[in-house]
Design a protein around this ligand. Sequence first.
Ligand SMILES: Cc1cc2nc3c(=O)[nH]c(=O)nc-3n(C[C@H](O)[C@H](O)[C@H](O)COP(=O)(O)OP(=O)(O)OC[C@H]3O[C@@H](n4cnc5c(N)ncnc54)[C@H](O)[C@@H]3O)c2cc1C
Length: 584
Amino acid sequence: MTDVDVPVLIVGGGGAGLTASMLLSTLGVESLLVSASPGTSILPKAHLLNQRTMETLRELGLDETIYASGCPPRHMTHSGWYAGFAGDHPDAGRRIAELESWGAAGSTPEWAAASPQRPTNLPQIRLEPHLRRRAEELAGPDRVRFHHELREFTQDADGVSATVLDKDTGQEYRVRARYLLGCDGGRTVGRILGIRAEGMRDVARMVSLHITADLSAWAKDPHVLIRWLWLPEAGVMGTLVPMGPERWGPESEEWVFHLNYGADDARALDDESVVADMRTALGIGDHPVRIHIISRWSLEGIVAERFRDGRVFLLGDAAHRHPPTGGLGLNSAVQDAHNLAWKLAAVITGQAGEALLDTYETERRPVTSTNVQRALDNALNHLATNNLISGSGSGWAHMGRLWSGEPRDAEFARAVRRAIAGQSMEFNEQNIECGFIYDSAAVVPDGSPAPDNPDPIRIHHPTARPGHPLPHAWLEDWHGTRLPVMDLVGPGRWLLVAGEDGQAWIGAAAQAAAALGVPLDAVRIGHLDGDYRDPRSTWTRLRGHGADGAVLIRPDRVVAWRSPGTADDPYAALKPALHHLLAR
Ligand SMILES: Cc1cc2nc3c(=O)[nH]c(=O)nc-3n(C[C@H](O)[C@H](O)[C@H](O)COP(=O)(O)OP(=O)(O)OC[C@H]3O[C@@H](n4cnc5c(N)ncnc54)[C@H](O)[C@@H]3O)c2cc1C
């Protein structure tokens, strides 16, 4: 293998690395991705893709493909809690409670208002091949190399020198890059740099079985995606998730079953015992089941002490590892890449100063630390609910207290249902998914306070306040074509959006773009005047400025700056803001 000189070396071909590769390609930045495994993930792992991630996939031209492969909305509007699954007992599989989840697959008014994209569900094992194909298409020949492993690297003032092993030929080669992105799930890059991770480890030991089985006779409730099963005979909790691939809901051909074991339970290490436990737990006797893979993992919630070391950045699981509860791991990985890619492109092409790259950690570390804590709290609440049920008894008679209607059982039944209702912090965490706020040198505050929020987990207030993600509004062009405001932000381009009377800002934007050599588009949105119509007044409600004001949007669709009205000299107001935002 010949040595390679490339602006960006990406280490790891999971969600973080493949997204970084695709985004850098669309921004015109050459990269080389190396990934140690022979191919994409062989484990189902992550499956929920939230609205912000689907916006990134829309930008990459992948959203329709992912929706077509993923779970149809009608099979993912709820999560359900059940007493067992199958078996002889008359209460086996009885539903204890259900929770509307992910805004009923994005259809509730709040979720539909937050984004043009609905959330979906597609296991990582099926998602990553789509990401890989697109990354290969965009990056060009031989720029996405699986079965190539980073062995070591050093950095100096100008770049990074890395040694990569081609595991097919056994030959090593050198890569020289200006920047290295550690997207390796935390296996190599952080360790070489001596970056420690802080948080909780080994919260619980989990075993996951990926199986093919016809469970349609027992899987009730076609609208339920994730089934939390209390298994009265075993006194434990299991989780059952359909995997498609062709049919979803109760007819799904494949499933994942997660079992929770105690830290010292030797049964967890033995495949035969695990399969036997799964059969007993589900109550399916010798019903035909084909096992694809059994994986063992531990629940942890940790964050790297820093996300940047010189010319090296940590993204995804390399920077933060979450319990899966809440589906924040892969989604955060995609958003890390989305935050960093345009900044790297701006620095590499000379539009921005090197200090812009510092804002990656300033912006992403607080947000992902919150995500890790949320995922931990979600997991701990499941365990607490489990303790509430199994801590006070076991077996079907104990379970029957949930629906006996007897006054002596009322308090127990209410406590269990209350604990399940509390899990809405996992299944309706809309503000965690969509409402993250950035506070860094890549945002110019306008002095307005953050919206009052009585529930910063569940309640999302879309707003065009600087630091917030671009709020969603459906617009129309003058031919009547409908489009979301996000589509006005082109790859690597800034967008100034002025009100209907904000013509002066449009001229100022053209002047500032020319003076600074920055790709900056400018449009007016209004009712009767402007480049785009605001037919439902959504944008007018959200923009937080007058008809002669403006907002400036970053290439990653984060609001960077806002002016409530016109200025004496709009160019003199806009140019220094851009100058500051680009660390010039
Ligand atoms: C059971 C389970 C369910 C989950 N559910 C969800 C969910 O619903 N939603 C969600 O968002 N998250 C979920 N997660 C978390 C999610 O799977 C991870 O957060 C996600 O995979 C992180 O992506 P990544 O690209 O950072 O790392 P990874 O997917 O771990 O990819 C790392 C890559 O780096 C490569 N690599 C490692 N070392 C080297 C090296 N030295 N050289 C080259 N390559 C290297 C590896 O081969 C691998 O390809 C779940 C996890 C589990 C275990």
